[in-house]
Structures are given as C-alpha cells and as structure tokens.
Design a binder for this molecule. Sequence first.
Ligand code: NAD
Length: 481
Amino acid sequence: MHPIAPHWLNFIDGQWTDSEQHLSIHNPGTTDLVATIAQASVADAECALQAARRCADSNALNRVRPAQRVTWLLEVAAQIRAITDEGAWVLCQENGKSLRDARDEFIEAARYFEYYAGMADKIEGKSIPLGDGYIDFTVYDPLGVSLQIVPWNFPVSICARSLAPALAAGNAVVIKSPELSPLGLCVLMQAIERAGLPQGAVNLICGRGREVGAYLAGHRDVDQIVFTGSVGTGQSILRSAAEHAIPSVMELGGKSAALVFPDADREQLISSVKSGIFFNAGQVCSAMSRLLVHRSIYDEVVADVVAMAEGLTVGLGQDNPDHTPVISAAQLEGIEALCRRAQQQGAVVATGGEAISGLSGHYMAPTVLRDVTAQMEIAQTEVFGPVLAVIPFDSEEEALAIANGTVFGLVAGVFTQDLNRALRCARRLCTGQVFVNEWYAGGIETPFGGVGLSGFGREKGQEALYSYVRTKNLAVRIKGE
Ligand code: NAD
C-alpha cells in the first residue's frame, strides 16, 4: 500500500500545473474518493499544445544524434521500472483492476520504451537508383506534434504504446488522459520528467473529452492524432482531422470471435476463454466477446465455460482476485441493459447476467449467454464488459461467415489441432490479428490494429514506428555525369 496524494496536476511545458476546476476520481470497487485532479480547460489545452509546438519547431528531439533519443527512451524505461510499485497501486485504486494487472501495465510501458529505444537510431531511408546523373534517397522526418487521446481501460500501457514510438521518431506529444482513470498517467509522467527530455516534449492534460479533446482534435497546430477509444468518438475526431487533412491512427472497438472446432484442446481453450473475456472485467477492445462453437461439442463447451466462470474469485483489485469491478455505475448499467435485451431476443443466461448483489462497487457477474444467434444485438454490439456470447455453428464456412459478419474486425482466434484448418481460417478472417490456440498470443512486438469500424493504422511492433514519420524524397541532379 502506498499513500496517494490527495490532489494531482497536469504537466504542461515542464511544469506541474493546476486548473480552476477539479475532477473527483473514485475507486470502482468501493466508490470511495481516491483523489482529485486538475480538470484542464481549453486554455490549459492550448498552453500544452503550444509547448509541444515550440518543442517540435525547435527540432529539439530531432537535431540531436539519434543515439541521444535512444538514451532518453532507455532512461524513461528505467524510471518507469523504478516507480512501478507506486504507480501500480495508484492505477489499481482508481481503475478497479487487479494490482497484478496494474503492475503488468507499468512493466509493459517500460518495455515499449525499451523496444522503441532499439529503433530510435535505425530509422533509415532508402537509396533509389535513377541512372547516371542522379542521386535519389528518402529520409523519414518526424510529423511534428502528435496528439494522443487515451481511454481508461489500460491508460498506462496504451499511452506508452504510442508515446514511445512518437518520441523515438522525434515528435513532441500532447496526451489527453481519460477522465475516469487519469492518475496512473500522472505517475508515468513523473517517470518521464525524471528522464530529462527537452522541455515541452511531453505534455499531459486531463480534461473533458467533448470539450478539450474535441478542441485539440480540431486544432491546426496538431500534426497527427492517435486515438484509442470508442467508434463514435473516433468518427467525430476523424471529421475534425479531415478539416486539416491530419494523418491519424484509430484504435477503436471490437466484437472479436473465437472459432472452436471439435478437435480443440479443451484445457487450452478454457484457459483462453478465461483471459479472453474475463481479463480486466472484459473491458478490453480485443476481448473474446463471441465464442463460436461447433454444434457437436456446444453443450459440453458451454458447461466447461460456465464452471470456469462460476469458479472465478471476485473482489477488490488490491487483493488480486480473478474478477474485478467495471469502471463506473454507468458502465455497469449499460452492460446489464444489454444482457436484459439479449434475453428478450432469445439468448439464455447460462450464468451471471446481472450485477453481483451485496457489493458496494460496480461488479458485473461473469456472464455466459448461450443460444445466441449471429444477428442478435448481443452478437453485434461491443459490450465492453465480462459478457460472453456463445453461438453454435455447423460448418467451417458458416463459422467464418458469422465471425466476419459484424462491422468490426480487430482480432479473431481459431482453436483446432488441424494446422491446415487453422491457417485456412486465419487467411479468411477479416481482422488485423488472428490468434491460433491461445487468445492474446501476441505481444508488444506484434502489429496490432483493426479492419472496418475497428479502425486503421497499426500500433506495436516495428511497423508502428512508421505511423510517426513522414517520408521525404530527395532527388538530386549531379552535374558532369
Ligand atoms: P471514449 O471514446 O469514450 O473515450 C476515449 C477518449 O476520448 C477519452 O480520453 C475521452 O475523454 C476522449 N473523448 C471523448 N469524446 C471526445 C471528443 N468528442 N473529442 C476528442 N476526444 C474525446 O472511449 P472509452 O469509454 O474511454 O474507452 C472504451 C472504448 O475504447 C471501447 O469502445 C473500446 O473498444 C475502445 N478501446 C479500443 C482499444 C484499441 O486499441 N482498439 C483499446 C482500448 C479501448
């Protein structure tokens, strides 16, 4: 347990700065007040943006030898590792997630900085042959100011996922933290402050999305927007970005399906379902929210999943249970309403289906809905909670049609011992990533992103770095040849 400061500030142009208004942050597991934080106004957002603009225009991150950016990023990683225990406690209290998962977020954040430190001095262009009389080559320039709007479900690791490559490529950054869970990002910012980056390179503000988020997204001094969040907000940001033709990376929602064939390893499957839909109380964009099961094993698999769900321990994040609260009362109400409507449409609650009674926080019971059909609302809409829709299928063709039959396309999974079937299905699944025999099998090294309304652009891996640069070609005529 670490004492938590009662009031937190924004970080603008190298200074910790208060605002006129404050936001209260509550523990989702108890509803107790954790702390207050400065609620940035539009004027504060403007200051943060102009600080980043000055840093980008001075080229402070880019005129140095690339080895200096390697040093900065490695120092950020070391500082994150040093504050991991304290940061994890804060994140667990404000977000409701388990202390173990909160720690993993900080460790993952450090890993992003280490990973992209390894690339910061390897952003190399190409030489393009044009015959005698010319030398032609490309260089990768930073974009300038990157605006990064972060959601509440994994605020620290999602922030590091885009911040590290943006800095590695030499951009200055403004981060807009989520109103419901901003404190862990302040701890991350303390680590960044200690690493000694140029002034204004990283700015952090917490403010209302519709007010300061929208203001920044429509600002002509922003050169790139990286957004992770809901589809509706992403679409509104894209409309703003269109005004100035600003490049964007959009990581939006999902309704991801696992295809389970009769030869699937049952133990591997159930352990994947456990993390796939119940990790972080299902508040994961790439959650396994649809389980498509071959009809010949449907009843057995439902029974195994229900037994696993009913065996999960439930409690406060700090006690490291299997199952933790969802972020807010509104989130809980929305999840319960979706479950009620699913039943009206014919789905059957195999377990859960409503809030857990007798607890003061926002606890949704781990829920398994059976007899779901592909077109039901619960099979088409992102729940963002611990609710699994189990759908039967009779053939591979039908399973693929159901899996691909939503507006989303983030990830998918195939569970089978038949390699040919696994690879055949993987090719035909319209998603940015496919897992075979283990949900979340990728890592920070593997490109991640969506198809359709799940968004575009890729985060993670080497590929992501190239979302943070623009290519310039230099075509040179040489005299005398
Ligand atoms: P959200 O869209 O409500 O908010 C995300 C962020 O956008 C917050 O910081 C919010 O303040 C800001 N925002 C809200 N309105 C805005 C506006 N008009 N202009 C600019 N900024 C605005 O999403 P959320 O509730 O925080 O997160 C849950 C959603 O995020 C889910 O749909 C989930 O699938 C998605 N998500 C996706 C990924 C991914 O990588 N694909 C990861 C996590 C969450």
